[in-house]
Design a protein around this ligand. Structure first.
Ligand SMILES: [Zn+2]
Length: 313
């Protein structure tokens, strides 16, 4: 049985998980996620952090008589999956052209894979739900960054990066993490949500510090659950922006299914319902099926799936 050590590099934390060949994920180790809030990683620090945790996972697997077959990493883009290089992700500013695959291959002497985190999440969802009945799927992650993955004619297409495409919101101006104006991520990423919150609650800009932005989505869920009118307004505004984006995506790609994941919307039925309501106003006919992601570990799961396919192939 093949076992893959998978790593989900996020802007706020890194999650390690060992996944077995079977469909069910097996967590052999109790590895707590590494928190990155308020921390600026550079190439050396990230390499060290990954190396230490992979070593520990391999040792723990050995103790149980298990062999690790590969390491597979899902990371925010831009990245080069062929060369195995993490280029310069706007939400991980300290990193630059990190040849992580070669480094880890040398140290651990086993296959190492790197793929875009949204692509990994999409593969994970596909694996879990047997989405083979769908040939065309778009996956969107709404988190610190806005990532995207696309399956077209049952094939994963890499490098779609829809988060860094323009989104036209009347009367608003936002600067994106990549420093360009009015990208999708500037409205629908964690900072975008924090800006809506800040505006509706008339807050000072201190609430937009990166350390506090990631709390907004949890606060919104609580506020909406208790029917706080201001939080309902935050949810409505975000849903309006998201509906505009979804209409664009559905029109351009004509997917059979759009899956929404990431910290802002994962498990958030209320936000999904509001978004569908807003979408119905601007696109009277149902344009596509929209569902929430099924797994909070879909990046790890999809990275494993990718590695297992490569090992077989
Ligand atoms: Zn951008």
């Amino acid at each position: 049985m093949a076992n893959v050590i998978t790593i989900d590099i996020g802007a706020s934390k890194i999650r390690f998980m060992t996944v077995s060949e079977k469909k069910e994920m097996t967590e052999y180790l109790d590895t707590p996620p590494v928190n990155l809030i308020g921390r600026k990683l550079n190439n050396e620090e990230l390499s060290q952090l990954l190396t230490d945790n992979i070593s520990r996972s391999i040792d723990d697997m050995k103790k149980e008589g298990n062999v690790v077959s590969a390491v597979s990493i899902g990371s925010p883009g831009p990245l080069d999956p062929i060369k195995g290089v993490i280029q310069n992700p706007p939400n991980l500013r300290g990193l630059k052209d990190l040849a992580i695959v070669d480094e880890l291959k040398k140290i651990f002497n086993m296959p190492v894979f790197l793929l875009n985190d949204a692509d990994a999440a999409l593969l994970g969802e596909w694996w879990l739900l047997d989405h083979k009945r769908y040939k065309n799927i778009i996956y969107l992650t709404l988190s610190t960054g806005v990532g995207s993955g696309e399956v077209k004619n049952s094939q994963l297409k890499t490098g779609s990066e829809l988060g860094h495409k323009p989104l036209a919101i009347e009367g608003e101006e936002r600067t994106c993490s990549c420093r360009e104006q009015n990208h999708v991520e500037a409205y629908l990423g964690t900072k975008g949500l924090a800006e809506i919150y800040s505006k509706i609650f008339k807050l000072k800009s201190s609430n937009l510090e990166p350390e506090r932005q990631h709390l907004t989505s949890r606060k919104m869920r609580k506020g909406v659950a208790s029917l706080d009118p201001k939080w309902l307004a935050v949810q409505e505004t975000y849903a309006k922006y998201l509906a505009i984006f979804l209409k664009d995506v559905a029109t351009k790609f004509r997917p059979e299914l759009i899956i929404l994941g990431g910290g802002i919307i994962f498990g958030n039925e209320s936000l999904l319902a509001k978004t569908k309501e807003e979408l119905a106003k601007i696109a009277p006919q149902e344009i596509t099926k929209i569902e929430l992601a099924q797994s909070g570990n879909n990046v790890n799961l999809g990275a494993a799936k990718y590695a297992l396919e490569q090992l077989e192939g």
